[in-house]
Design a protein around this ligand. Structure first.
Ligand code: FMN
Length: 186
């Protein structure tokens, strides 16, 4: 039997959360399930995990900088965003969620978000106080109203030392959400 995500192109946005290292397992799982995964990292994410790690695991180039993309008239990752089956961001910081909600495009990931016609799925990860802040709640509401899928974070011990909501959903739960999305979209 063919792996369930065979033939699907997934853009995986990775942002500057302490949970960014978990993106390595996510890339591995999506690839194992047959997806072609293209990673776009924010500059901040590179403090937490090296682009080379995600490039090796995804077996595709990893893009970070808007200004390094000089493949002619259509920058490569924007072109990719145009034909992706899913635009997934995991982990998604409060900052990137705010950019998405407000249409701000200061970097490649946020620019690709505005450029993609693909369905969007966001897995937030942050300190519980950031997650429960009215600004973040309003931004997530905006994304839900826009039809984006939110993979809810978990309760538990957070890397910042607090106990509470905001820990990135288990990688298995993110992968299950991707499978469900792909099944629903045919
Ligand atoms: C050690 C450390 C851990 C962080 N973890 C998170 C996090 O889990 N979630 C979050 O929203 N911001 C976190 N931040 C703050 C973000 O890195 C910061 O808001 C950054 O501007 C996000 O940029 P980006 O959304 O472009 O990746 C962390 C910062 C540091 C220094």
């Amino acid at each position: 039997m063919m792996p369930p995500l065979t033939g699907k192109t997934i853009i995986l946005g990775v942002t500057g959360s302490i949970a960014a290292y978990k993106a390595a397992d996510l890339v591995g799982a999506l690839r194992r399930d047959g997806a072609d995964v293209f990673v776009i990292m924010t500059r901040e994410a590179t403090h937490f995990i090296g682009p080379m790690t995600l490039q090796t695991l995804s077996r595709n180039p990893v893009a970070v900088d808007l200004w390094e993309e000089h493949k002619g008239w259509h920058p490569g990752h924007i072109e990719l965003a145009d034909r992706a089956d899913l635009f997934l961001v995991a982990p998604a910081t409060a900052h990137t969620i705010a950019c998405f909600a407000h249409g701000l495009a200061p970097d490649l990931l946020t620019s690709a978000y505005l450029a993609t016609p693909a369905p969007v799925m966001v897995a937030p990860a942050m300190n519980g106080k950031m997650y429960r802040h009215p600004a973040t709640e309003a931004n997530l509401r905006t994304l839900r109203e826009r039809g984006h899928a939110i993979v809810e974070p978990e309760e538990g011990m957070l890397a910042c030392g607090y106990e509470g909501i905001g820990r990135l959903a288990q990688i298995d739960a993110v992968v299950a959400a991707v499978h469900a999305h792909v099944q629903n979209s045919g």
